[in-house]
Design a protein around this ligand. Structure first.
Ligand code: C2E
Ligand code: MG
Ligand code: MG
Ligand code: MG
Length: 284
């Protein structure tokens, strides 16, 4: 219909709008199917101690593996999930998967390192979110200290009061909360004052230019700030030994990045755990 009267900007805009609308609906449907068919799974990226490079934790990262087709970039499908209501279904499915994995490892190795799950601020707005966490921890009977929640900055946190309340409820349950991608995007210093998280993850964009003088100054001051607020600091996206050394000297406690490991399938992640906990058992 729109194409019958071409030439005006309004009609062009309509056609474009319809096209993007149908594309958006298509994406939503594809994502819905992927959730139902369980095509989305978690990979685990190690975080290591800045000095000893010993395994300190994992970050669980969603992977959409489409049989016969390429994988979909998480930033893309998470954005689609956030724009629709699907982030809640997807989020609770992934939390279930992560906690099930924690339980398996906890029994297999006698202990486990904390596994961090990324949580969209939209999930935090659900008043039942801390109930959901309580339930999943009870379902798999895992120590709450083994679950960390990383609040991603993929969307603006616009209700700080409610987010703050949710975070302190979670912390009272023994869950650790980390602020992801710190130093870029929506994370701000005033947010830091309001949301008393235990850990700051410095965004890759600030780690990448290390060991340049400017980047070092910024990372040093974030670490000083974190120390004053009694927070733990993780550097993300560490790719070179120069960056690793600079981040450690600047005061980062843990490092994460391709230098140490890419996000791994659960069985490859298990090899890291075996190494960590076998080493412990072997000690006299
Ligand atoms: P993020 O939480 O900040 O995760 C870090 C991203 O950096 C991951 O990308 C990881 O694969 C990548 N990365 C890690 N080390 C390096 C490195 O040394 N160099 C480079 N270039 N990249 C590195 P990924 O897996 O594509 O995820 C992108 C974003 O999507 C995540 O950023 C997070 O915001 C979101 N995301 C991923 N999984 C989930 C999830 O299960 N739930 C939610 N809500 N968001 C998720
Ligand atoms: Mg993260
Ligand atoms: Mg991040
Ligand atoms: Mg990110």
């Amino acid at each position: 219909q729109a194409k019958k009267i071409p030439g005006t900007s309004i009609v062009m805009a309509d056609a474009k709008f319809e096209e993007s609308l149908s594309r958006a609906m298509e994406q939503e449907q594809e994502l819905k199917n992927a959730i139902i068919k369980r095509e989305i799974t978690l990979f685990y990226q190690p975080k290591v101690d800045a000095l000893t490079h010993q395994l300190m934790g994992f970050e669980a990262l969603a992977r959409w593996i489409r049989p016969g087709k390429g994988n979909v970039n998480p930033a893309e499908f998470i954005a689609v999930a956030e724009k629709t209501a699907l982030i809640n279904d997807l989020g609770s499915m992934l939390l279930d998967e992560a906690c099930s994995q924690i339980a398996t490892w906890y029994h297999q190795f006698g202990d486990c390192v904390p596994v961090a799950v990324n949580v969209s601020p939209i999930q935090l707005l659900d008043p039942n979110f801390s109930e959901l966490i309580r339930d999943v921890i009870a379902k798999f009977n895992i120590p709450p200290r083994l679950l960390t929640l990383e609040i991603t900055e993929s969307a603006a946190i616009n209700d700080l009061d409610q987010t703050q309340q949710q975070i302190s409820q979670l912390q009272h349950m023994g869950i650790h909360v980390a602020m992801d991608d710190f130093g870029t995007g929506y994370s701000s210093l005033s947010m830091l004052r309001r949301l008393r998280v235990q850990t700051l993850k410095i965004d890759r964009a600030l780690i990448d230019p290390l060991p340049s003088q400017e980047a070092t100054a910024i990372v040093v001051s974030i670490c000083q700030l974190a120390k004053a607020l009694n927070m733990h600091v993780v550097a993300e996206g560490v790719e070179t030994t120069d960056q690793s050394e600079a981040a450690r000297k600047a005061g980062c406690h843990e490092l994460q990045g391709y230098l140490f490991a890419k996000p791994l399938r659960y069985n490859e992640a298990e090899a890291w755990l075996a190494h960590r906990f076998d080493a412990l058992i072997d000690q006299p």
